[in-house]
Design a protein around this ligand. Sequence first.
Ligand code: RIB
Length: 301
Amino acid sequence: MGQRRCDVAVVGSLNADLVVGVERRPAPGETVFGSDLATHPGGKGANQAVAAARLGGRAAIVGRVGDDGHGALLRDALAAGGVDLAHLAATPGVPTGVALITVGPDGDNSIIVSPGANARLGPADVEAARALIESAPVVSLQMEVPLPAVEAAAGAAARAGRRVVLNLSPPAPVPDGLLALCDPLVVNEHEASFLLGGSGDPARMAAALAGAGPRSVAVTAGAGGVVVADGRGTAAVPSPRSEAVDTTGAGDAFTAALCLRLARGDSLRDAARYATRAGAAAVRRPGAQSSFPTPEELPAP
Ligand code: RIB
């Protein structure tokens, strides 16, 4: 990628996704059969970097893998996707992150993450990548790496006048100071309910969250589209229709597309319109990164 400025700097996780299709998930103490095992490159951070690059953006990742086969798989996938790997570190003696994923008949997924090397990402890694973080117009963060790394990245980006996008996934308590930097905070309905301590429709939750600290908010509702809220008020953006084969990574495709369009100067509403098309496209093929669309593959709005 040379010296060209990055559009989206992603600070986040890399996982090997071990995926089995199931008719139904086992109850405690029960055994069920599934499909053949598939191993895909994944992790919310890596997925977002690859998705942004596939849409024509310049993306970089700050993250950690282990010195093992899964780490090599992830490195190869990111390199093939055109992602800048200058700040991808290897942690000897620690396994690469793994996600154990079951995909149901409707394309719905359940995920258990074993963080491995992701748990070793810290403020020192962020400091080593400070020039990248301070120069990218958008810095994209998620919650599969330790909170101190997320806070350090958000702080460095905000001090440099860059836009911070935080996808609060998986949901966890975050300090008010971090929430105040999010522009937007991206959450699905489950994550929004976690933050608010109760559920509601996406529009109400977006308005409530926007009043609770972040500069702006996007509440995603899968096929139901997204509601964005900022200083201009609240707007619902529908999603194009899509036949779901595997929803894994659809949220990452959405967030990456949102970040890319914000980096290119779109308003939050326009960026969300584009991003719902990327999210809808990403459910049509199995796996996360393998399902991410090129601009030509985006469905009509
Ligand atoms: O968002 C999907 C991702 O979540 C998967 O790729 C898996 O690795 C988990 O991190």
